[in-house]
Ligand binder design. Structure first.
Ligand SMILES: Cc1cc2nc3c(=O)[nH]c(=O)nc-3n(C[C@H](O)[C@H](O)[C@H](O)COP(=O)(O)O)c2cc1C
Length: 353
């Protein structure tokens, strides 16, 4: 089972489960959905450009917005200039974040030129960045990395050791290479190797789709905490399910009534927030979230036809009313398996981050 808690210096994370940063997904509204459902010990922002922050770019600063109930929360930064990364980290600290994280994983072409997984090919520069950021902030400093650039250059252990030696205080490992993108399987053996090599907490990430996977990754790698990405968007209850599984050995699945409640509350908040991309965001979320819902494809179709946030909300309400009318099971069922069509979810994600 996953540990009940872990420490990043004086920061206690309870339970030992972290929401992975996901560009375009883990904004403040989504993070608060996750926090509200319970079971997630640490939230993270999506990756944020250090250049944008230090230029005070309005759009970039929006990524750093969070609400008081999101603590503890980490801001993730990317960039390749030690001094700019240090300045941005200081701004993040002043903004009230509990920790700052450096992204060493983003595979996107635009990003690898100026940080992300591109830094895994230049460990001298990486060391300079670590040192500059470390001396700029007092809050805990963490990193999130991929295994390496390609299969011939797996550097996760080397980078984790380097990071520890200059004062980085936790490392999250997504054990795929940059060239792999999101294909193939995450190689959890690399997480185990990093855990063997360093004394700072190691957070295991990659392909955890259900509580049983979280228990397996903890057992196989001895990691101090788990990090969940894509599965949180298809099943935001996964964190509370992990707690239930840890405590009782089984866990409940959400019912249509739970899904209805969550979807309409989340969509109302998106609408209220008056985001320029509100409809796009609603459509994107509907696509992930409705897999496993009876007749989910019908909901996806009607949501995709909607043109305004009000039309999306209306489609959601009508869909769940119809479901209730035909007598879809309203009570929670105890089952230990996620619906089978969750298995193919991953194909629907963009390869950002
Ligand atoms: C849509 C999307 C956006 C992502 N954005 C980021 C990001 O901003 N920063 C980051 O470190 N990783 C990012 N990632 C990678 C995830 O944090 C995580 O490492 C990866 O999805 C593997 O975990 P999972 O199998 O639990 O999804 C992103 C992944 C996806 C699917």
């Amino acid at each position: 089972m996953i540990p009940a808690q872990f420490q990043i210096r004086d920061l206690t994370i309870r339970p030992a489960a972290v929401l992975a940063p996901m560009a375009g997904v883990t904004d403040t509204l989504f993070r608060r959905v996750i926090r509200g459902l319970g079971g997630c010990g640490l939230l993270m922002t999506e990756f944020t450009s250090s250049e944008g922050i230090t230029r005070n770019a309005k759009k970039t600063l929006r990524y750093l917005f969070f609400q008081p109930d999101e603590h503890p929360i980490t801001a993730q930064l990317f960039g390749a200039s030690p001094s700019v990364m240090a300045d941005a980290a200081k701004m993040v600290e002043d903004h009230g974040f509990d920790a700052v994280d450096i992204n060493l994983g983003c595979p996107a072409k635009k990003v690898v030129k100026c940080g992300g997984s591109g830094l895994l090919r230049d460990l001298d520069l990486l060391e300079q960045i670590f040192r500059a950021v470390r001396s700029a902030v007092r809050i805990p400093l963490t990193i999130k990395l991929r295994a390496g650039w390609d299969e011939k250059s797996i550097v996760a252990v080397e980078v984790a050791k380097l990071a520890e030696s200059v004062g980085v205080e936790a490392v999250a490992v997504h054990p795929r290479t940059r060239l792999q993108g999101y294909s193939g399987q995450a190689d959890w053996k690399i997480i185990a190797a990093v855990k063997e090599a360093v004394s700072i907490p190691v957070i295991g990430n990659g392909d955890i789709q259900k509580p049983e996977d979280a228990a397996r990754i903890a057992e196989q790698t001895n990691c101090d905490a788990v990090m969940i990405g894509r599965a949180a968007a298809t099943n935001p209850w996964i964190f509370s399910q992990m707690v239930e599984f840890r405590e009782t050995g089984s866990y409940r699945q959400p019912t249509d009534a739970h899904r209805h409640q969550l979807l309409s509350r989340y969509y109302k908040e998106i609408k209220l927030a008056d985001q320029p991309d509100a409809v796009g965001k609603m459509k994107q979320f509907a696509c992930w979230f409705t897999h496993g819902v009876g007749n989910g494809s019908e909901l996806r179709r009607t949501v995709h036809e909607a043109r305004t946030p009000a039309e999306v909300l209306d489609a959601v309400e009508r869909f769940f009313e119809r479901q209730a009318a035909v007598g879809i099971e309203p009570d929670a069922v105890l089952r230990n398996e996620v619906p089978s069509d969750h298995a193919n979810e991953h194909a629907t994600f963009e390869t950002a981050g």
